[in-house]
Write a protein that binds this ligand. Structure first.
Ligand code: RBZ
Ligand code: NIO
Length: 340
């Protein structure tokens, strides 16, 4: 899909109404196969459901997880000027350089497995506008950022993990979550990369100011994303949409990535059914957001880093689900039958 195909909101809204549904036949075949494997039924717990989920959203049985891909989008935020992060905006660029040099946590995790990690730097010297004063992006900027995220997706990959890097983006995540699901700003903010209590209270004020300013403009998820999101968050949302269209199941990272994806839920029912959330972040808003979305994370590791680290850790879990599903012997072949 070319960026120009989706570079305005009306086209993106149209795409959201043409989403492929799950392949229930593939899911049923997966469930059938699970029943015969050499283990007590249900004993692999959520790994069994993961195999069915992969089959349903890839539209094939058996499912595969041999070509996983990680897209890490980086962008800068004008709202950083409000003093909402423990780190300066320049840390975004410094960390992108670190990822390219191979020294980030995400690089070390990826080094343990065969996964394609790509870092997408989005005009770091042109931050979004401060959304306590005006919308972070114009429609054109937001739609282009979404289209950029869409271009990270192709039908060759069989699993896509999505993450972000952008100083102040947990402030944007809080504003996005509050705009989509309601509730006071203080319910959605947390320390992010390391604010103290006074810092978190100030961050809540900043988010509350933005929510008041934009309240009348929150007409749907795309307007929410444009007003209080960010470039890398719009790219995550675009990639989620493109993965659905390309039949690539998605692993979302932590709070920021999930909040970006959550904006799409206003566009069509079941919008995130092809996604799993890799881990529940220690950033407190993430748990609240998962409850609001009705999603349960795969892991709870007290991590609060972002940069796709949680999503990367979920890849071997999903590969394990697939390996058991496709490679185990059957109860019959093992000569095992239950007593009754
Ligand atoms: C050195 C460093 C590495 C990071 N890797 C991810 N993040 C994470 O922290 C940022 C969000 O936190 P806040 O909203 O408090 O700025 C994002 O860039 C996120 O990916 C990092 C942050 C820092 C400082
Ligand atoms: O969960 C996240 O996405 C997160 C948490 C803290 C800092 N940056 C990102």
């Amino acid at each position: 899909m070319a960026a120009s195909d989706a570079a305005d909101f009306s086209e993106i809204r149209r795409l959201a109404h043409e989403l492929p549904a799950a392949d229930e036949d593939a899911r049923a075949r997966a469930a059938e196969q699970q029943r015969g494997l050499a283990k007590p039924p249900g004993s692999l717990g959520r790994l069994e459901a993961l195999a069915g989920w992969l089959a349903a959203w890839q539209g094939k049985h058996p499912p595969t997880a041999t070509r996983p891909h990680i897209a890490l989008f980086a962008g800068n935020h004008g709202v950083a000027a409000q003093g909402v992060s423990a780190y300066p905006q320049s840390a975004t660029q410094a960390m992108v350089r670190t990822f390219i040099d191979g020294g980030g946590a995400i690089n070390r995790i990826c080094g343990l497995m065969d996964v394609d990690l790509r870092v997408y730097e989005m005009a770091l010297d042109e931050p979004t506008r401060d959304f306590t004063r005006e919308p972070a992006m114009t429609e054109d900027e937001a739609a282009r950022a979404m289209a950029y995220g869409m271009m990270a997706v192709d039908g060759e990959m069989d699993l896509m993990a999505l993450g972000e890097m952008g100083i102040a983006n947990t402030t944007a995540a809080a504003a996005l979550s509050a705009a989509v699901f309601g509730g006071p700003a203080r319910d959605w903010v947390g320390p992010g990369s390391g604010l103290d209590e006074a810092g978190v209270a100030h961050k809540a004020e900043v988010v509350a100011t933005a929510l008041r300013l934009h309240a009348d403009g929150f007409t749907d998820g795309l307007e929410i994303l444009r007003r209080v999101g960010g470039l890398e968050l719009a790219a995550v949302a675009g990639a989620v949409l493109a993965c659905r269209l390309a039949r690539v199941p998605v692993v979302l990272d932590g709070y920021a990535a999930t909040a970006a994806a959550a904006t799409l839920t206003t566009l069509a029912p079941g919008m995130l059914d092809h996604c799993v959330v890799a881990h529940v972040s220690a950033e407190p808003g993430h748990r609240r957001l998962l409850d609001a979305l009705g999603m349960r994370a795969l892991q709870d590791l007290d991590m609060r880093l972002g940069e796709a680290t949680g999503a990367a850790l979920a890849i071997p879990l999903i590969q394990s689900a697939c390996a058991c599903h496709t490679g185990m012997t059957t109860l019959d072949a093992a000569g095992v039958t239950p007593l009754s």
